[in-house]
Design a protein around this ligand. Structure first.
Ligand code: UD1
Length: 456
């Protein structure tokens, strides 16, 4: 099933042409973290003073979030990976559907808007209204903080009860450690009256980054990165300058690409501890990893099959499951990849199989028997991380591959092909004169049973 809204943009007039059996060599600069930057932009709504965000990656998701803020009345100046945000003239507390569509992180604005203005209207996130990325944890937490919430015509309408127009601190226990819900509730609680505790909170580095920025703004948040976060509400938050942390998922993607091609590269800047689960698995599969300060050097060698189970941080990130699967297709021996966070995040499997990989998929578990080589072909990425996986597969493969569906890739990887090119990969973006229609395009991209998910 493909979302109706998605069909239109499904095959854009661009593709990446990749000459296979490439090798990577040299150093690559890692950009700021997309998932951090998105939530930090939302958090900037909490103050009337100026926020300066540095190291913001230039991505279509960030541009979309910027447009959402501008639509609220925020003055936003974007220059060379630095964004200056001035939210003092916000007049609207409602996010328009056209801008929100397809950007799940836009929903995270609800906590900041509600807490600062006492009301917020935010459309349900994502283009596909599928059940597997619910928002119940966000809603239940906001209700516990004292909000009245109504969902009407796919719009979440939140309002603070009572004359004081304040949320009230309380004890919240999340059913699952949702990244987005933890972020929404931290933002909401930072201006609430009294103490809020969030138990079973997500511990992802992006949450720690958010708390660090909020604390610079004057918030009182303790134990970010632990399972129980404590937030003492304050009356007002001020401005600050904050540098977005490096993108651990982009970093991991390059490491996996190097491992898959037995190459040697150095990535920086990174916070190596953020990548520990990934570097451990790469080491287990035969790569040599050297960590020095804020850089990681990988020397890919023989690839051994290893199993991974995705898990909330500090476990193996779901966002790197697809790239790691591409690596395992040519490993020596067998491996088992288990996706535990999202249902249907296996969109890349059938394409890897078409390229010659030997994979049996049983629900969310992929059983892989490594093959010597896979072959290049035309492919369509159907979500951000599976697109990255297909590009890695194209680099490994014998022959030429063309990867379409770049609207997904451009959401989350800054200058991906330029960086790969600098590392020695023969890759070029081709611009077709006209957009292909689905019927014209003989690329079998999705079996019927695969539901398209806008993940990441
Ligand atoms: C964020 C990241 C995404 C990453 C994911 C997991 C952003 C913009 N995106 O997404 O790249 O893959 O974390 O690391 O930061 N859930 C509920 N109820 C809720 C919310 C979530 O049951 O109210 C479930 C989801 O269905 C999923 C799991 O919790 O199974 C994790 O989702 P969550 O951590 O919320 O992911 P996002 O914040 O959407």
């Amino acid at each position: 099933m493909i979302c109706v809204s998605k069909k239109k943009s499904y095959l854009k007039s661009q593709n990446l042409k990749i000459f296979g059996q490439g090798k990577l060599n040299g150093r690559v600069k890692i950009s700021g973290a997309k998932n951090s930057a998105l939530v930090l932009l939302a958090a900037s709504l909490l103050t009337n003073e100026r926020i300066i965000l540095e190291n913001v990656p230039r991505l279509t998701d960030i541009e979309k979030m910027g447009n959402i803020l501008k639509n609220l009345g925020v003055n936003l100046v974007d220059k060379n990976n630095k964004i200056e945000i001035d939210s003092k003239n916000i007049s609207v507390k409602e996010l328009p559907y056209e801008l929100v569509n397809g950007l799940r992180a836009s929903f995270f604005c609800i906590g900041a808007l509600l807490s600062k203005f006492g009301e917020a209207k935010v459309p349900l996130p994502g283009g596909c209204n599928i059940g597997s990325r619910p928002i119940d944890e966000h809603i239940n937490g906001l209700k516990a903080l004292g909000a009245e919430i109504l969902i009407e015509e796919e719009i979440v309408k939140a309002k603070i009860k009572g004359k004081k127009n304040k949320l009230y601190g309380t004890d919240i226990k999340l059913k699952c450690p949702s990244v987005g819900a933890t972020e929404t509730l931290i933002m909401a609680a930072s201006l609430a009256e009294g103490r809020t505790t969030i138990e079973n909170a997500a511990r992802e580095p992006e949450i720690q980054d958010l708390c660090q920025m909020l604390n610079k703004m004057g918030a009182k948040i303790y134990d970010a990165g632990k399972e129980k976060i404590i937030i003492d509400g304050v009356n007002k938050l001020g401005g600050c300058t904050h540098k977005v942390i490096p993108d651990r998922i982009e970093a991991g993607t390059f490491l996996i690409a190097a491992a898959a091609t037995s190459s040697s590269i150095t990535i920086s800047p990174v916070i190596p501890i953020h990548l520990e689960a990934v570097t451990n698995k790469l080491q287990e599969s035969g790569s040599k990893i050297t960590i020095k300060g804020n850089s990681i050097k990988i020397k890919g060698k023989e690839i051994k099959g290893v199993d991974i189970d995705t898990a909330p941080y500090p476990g193996f990130p779901t966002d790197l499951q697809a790239p790691f699967t591409a690596l395992m297709t040519i490993a020596n021996g067998e491996s088992r990849i288990t996706e535990t966070i999202f249902e249907n995040r296996m969109n890349h499997i059938h394409l890897l199989k078409k390229m010659g990989a030997s994979i049996k998929l049983n629900k969310n578990v992929a059983y892989i028997k490594g093959v010597k080589t896979i072959k290049g072909m035309d492919l369509v990425g159907s979500d951000l991380r599976s697109s990255a996986a297909l590009i890695i597969a194209g680099i490994i493969a014998k022959g030429i591959s063309k990867v379409y569906g770049l609207e997904h890739l451009d959401r989350g990887y800054e200058n991906f092909e330029s960086k790969l090119k600098m590392l020695g990969i023969k890759i070029a973006r081709e611009f077709n004169k006209r957009t292909l229609t689905r019927s014209e395009c003989k690329i079998d991209s999705e079996p019927k049973e695969i539901i398209d998910l806008r993940v990441a």
